[in-house]
Write a protein that binds this ligand. Structure first.
Ligand code: ZN
Length: 400
């Protein structure tokens, strides 16, 4: 009789329910189905596409499961037992797109398309950055769901702003694109470092940094839109009544800054499924030959001696009024070197796998590229002649 009870107990334990949920910040899961409690099929809540997933599985300790996420395009997603430190599934754990399989060693596991960078984590980072005397945090406006669009201003307050150049960098218009936040984080870390060269940059530039242009989308686990299903990225040419609150807030702040002095550099940080970084350089036909050359110059400064990003990775596209770059061009023309910078989720063109730390490294490099583009030469960081970064010559040839 004793043996019988024990067997029953073992049986009950091994059949303990495995459960899936995404009932937390930035979470996204829609349906889960299984016929054998080993193979699971998951779908996500789609907006424009259904790329982003971020869910929790409970009851998995010492059990082998295989999960296929049909609505996404993920290549080797990330998992974490503490929802903080994320690890990429190995090649054998994720041998094909959209799936992972593993015997987990803890009872609860979190799985995401790429390492999350959610609203609460940003608040932790801001609390830390705020302690630095070169940082000022402002709220530019409140979204439809009550979240702030935050601005981090970094500059040396002892030097008057009137003579400084202005740089604007923003990220997370598309909420799924978490690598862009690790890139952004690297930019902030570099700008706050105690270093002669960086302190010279802070004396000469005001950096306006917007970590989340779409905090509602981030908070509610969207892939490409805000809470209301609007793609904030392509909402810049709409009449007032069709313009999202996010774009209204950003336009208002950009106009306010540009009325004082037009910013010299605008960086729009995104991430792409393609396995390489890229800049979307605007064709000379849709801008001007000089602008085109200046964008190449900035891009070349970024890729110079860069193990993760090479000139072959560049893309070209026509400038369109619906994007923020188009809005800036229509208002300020060649004055603002406005570029979208994409980071990948899986691998760089060099086949190196993307990690939070190499994304941050791209952020550090971007700071130097911006300063070099602005010709801020410091005795400890000389700008050397580099044929790839020369932007002189005739502007008459349209090479589009
Ligand atoms: Zn994007």
């Amino acid at each position: 009789m004793k043996i019988f009870v024990l067997l029953l107990l073992i049986n009950a334990l091994s059949l303990a329910q495995i459960s899936f949920d995404a009932n937390f910040e930035s979470g996204n899961i829609n349906t889960v189905t299984t016929t054998d409690s080993i193979n699971y099929t998951v779908t996500t809540i789609s907006d424009i596409g259904g790329r982003w997933f971020y869910f929790r599985i409970k009851g998995v300790k010492d059990k082998f499961i295989r999960v296929t996420i049909t609505s996404t395009d993920v290549n080797r997603p990330m998992y974490s037992y503490n929802n903080r430190d994320f690890t990429r599934f190995t090649e054998s754990e994720s041998p094909s797109l959209r799936m992972f399989q593993k015997t987990f060693t803890e009872d609860t596991v979190y799985v995401a398309y790429y390492t999350p960078y959610n609203y609460s984590y940003l608040q932790e980072r801001i609390a830390e950055w705020k302690l630095n005397p070169f940082t000022k945090i402002d709220t530019l406006g409140i979204t439809d769901n009550g979240l702030p669009i935050q601005q981090i201003t970094i500059t040396d307050p002892l030097v008057p702003d009137t003579e400084k150049r202005r740089v604007w960098i923003h990220a997370r218009t598309h909420p799924s694109e978490t690598p862009s936040s690790w890139h952004f984080d690297g930019v902030v870390q570099k700008l706050l470092s105690s270093d002669d060269v960086i302190s010279y940059y802070r004396q000469n530039v005001v950096f306006y940094l917007i970590p989340f242009t779409n905090p509602d989308g981030v908070y509610y686990g969207r892939s490409r839109t805000n809470y209301n299903g609007i793609d904030v990225e392509s909402n810049w040419d709409k009449p007032e009544f069709e313009t999202s609150i996010e774009v209204k807030i950003l336009k208002q702040r950009m106009s306010q800054i540009n009325n004082e002095r037009v910013f010299s550099v605008f960086n729009n940080l995104h991430s792409q499924a393609a396995s390489y970084c890229t800049f979307w350089i605007h064709t000379p036909g849709s801008t001007s030959p000089r602008f085109y050359r200046r964008e190449y110059q900035f891009s070349n400064l970024n890729t110079s001696d860069n193990p993760y990003f090479v000139p072959d990775d560049y893309s070209e596209s026509n400038l369109l009024a619906k994007f923020p770059e188009g809005w800036l061009w229509n208002n300020h023309g060649e004055q603002v070197m406005a570029l979208t910078y994409e980071t990948p989720y899986d691998q760089y063109s060099s086949d190196v796998w993307v990690t939070d730390s190499n994304l941050m490294e791209l952020g550090y490099r971007n700071v130097y590229a911006i300063a070099e583009y602005l010709e801020l030469s410091h005795p400890k960081w000389y700008i050397l002649d580099n044929k790839n970064t020369i932007a002189t010559g005739s502007w008459n040839t349209d090479t589009a």
